[in-house]
Design a protein around this ligand. Sequence first.
Ligand code: URP
Ligand code: ZN
Ligand code: ZN
Length: 471
Amino acid sequence: MTSVLVRNGRIITATDDYIADILVEDGLIRAIGRGLDAGPQAEIHDATGMLVLPGGVDAHTHLDWDFGVARTVDTFATGTRAAAFGGTTTVVDFCNQGAASPLGALEDWHARAATASVDVGAHMILNRVDDEVLRDMRTLIQREGVTSFKLFMAYPGTLMLDDGGIFRVMREAAEHGAVVCLHAENGPVIQVLVDEAVAAGRTAPQYHEATRPAILEGEATQRAITLAQLTGAITYFVHLSASQALGAVTDARQRGQSIYAETCPHYLFLTREEYERDGFEGAKFVMTPPLRSREHQDALWLGLRTGTLSVISTDHCPFCMAEQPLGMLYSKQQGRDDFSKIPNGAPGIETRLPLVFDGGVRTGRISLNRMVELLSTAPAKIFGLYPQKGTIAPGSDADLVLLDPAETWTVRAAEHHSRVDYSLFEGRELTGRVRKVFLRGQLIVDGATWLGRDGMGRFLRRTTSASSDPR
Ligand code: URP
Ligand code: ZN
Ligand code: ZN
C-alpha cells in the first residue's frame, strides 16, 4: 500500500479553511487531522505556508477537436499536462457527434483520450437529432457514463440545432436526469450580420465582435430557458458573457428552474478593446461569444458573488497564431483576409486557477471558499463527479493542489505546456503559483518538473445523481 502524507497545509474546500495533515492511501484520502502518522515508508510533503486545494475540475475543454475547417492544437497528452500545471486534475471534454452516431463518436473520442494524464470525462455534442440519436442518448447516460449533452444555437449549417431539435434533446435528457449544455447565441441573425460585414469589406478581426451583439446571446438564453421550462431539463449555459443572458438566468433560477451557467476567465479579465490591436493581433481573441465591454464584465463578477454563475471553466479551444509548424488546419491564419474564417476559440487550460486567485481572491471580489466552489466543487456536483472529485474529504480521490499564495510570476506562452503559441494573458504578472499537484495521490507536478505520464488519466463514468443540489 502506497502512503502519502501532506503535512501542515492550509486546507481550503468550498466550505472549510483550516490547517491539517492529509493522509493518502492507494490514491484516496484516508484521514485528515493534526499530527497524523503515516508510518516509515510514507512519502512526506511539507505544505507549510501553502494552500491545499481540491484538484480543479475544468468542465469545458476541446482537446484534439475537429471543428470541420480547423482542428485544435492540443492532443489529450499535451492539453491535460498543461491542465495539471494549472492545478486541474479533471477535465470534462467535448466529444463531437459530427457525421457519426453519438456512440461511434464516443468510441473515436476514447481512442484519442487514451493519452490523457489527468482524469477525463466526456460531454457529447449533438448536431443532429433523430430516433437513433435519442436512443444513443439513453445508452450514453445509462451505460457509458456520458450524462451531459452540448447543443449549439449558433453556427447554422454545421453545429447548430434548431429549436425543435433542442426541444427533443431536452425532453429526453429530462427523462433521465441528464444535463443539457447550451451555446446560446442567435446563429441565424449573426450569420446575416457576418455576411453583410464581409460583403462590405469589413473583414478585420474586430468585426467578429461587432457582428455578435450581446443582445443576441440574451435572446438565445431566454429562448433556451423557455424550452427548459417546458421540458424540465437541467440546463447549463456554457461560456456566458453577456449581462442580458445573466439576467435571464437569474430570473429562471428565482422561478426555481434547474438552470446553471459558467463563465470563463477571458470574460472576467479581458474586454472588447483587445480587438483594436494592430494588424491581425486581434485574432488571438476571436472566440465565441466575443469579449464584451466593462459593463458586462462587472455584471459577471456580480453573478459570481451572488451565485447566479455556478462555475468558471476555460473553454480551452486552442488554435495557433502562426501557420507553422502545425499547418493551416490548426492556425488562425485561415482568417487572415476574412474574420469569419478565423477558427473560433482561445487557449486557457493552464492559467485558470492562478488568474482567478490573483484577480478574484486577492482583489477581494470572491472568497477562497467561493473560488474552490467555482473551480472544483460545483462543476463536480453539476456533472455527476462529486464527491469522488471536487473536495478534500475522507474517501475522495486524493487530487490535491498546493498553491503558493505569495509567489509572483509572469505569464509566458513560451513556458506553457500546451502546444499553442500564444497566451491571451501574455506578460501579465500574477501572484499565486501552483507548486505541487497530486492525481489520486501521485505527485505529477513538482514545481516546473513533470512527473506524470501520458495515459495515466482515467475515464470518469459520470452519474446524474449529484446534480440535484448544486449551488
Ligand atoms: O470560440 C469558441 N468558444 N470555440 C469553441 C467552441 C465553443 O463554442 O465552445
Ligand atoms: Zn460554445
Ligand atoms: Zn467551447
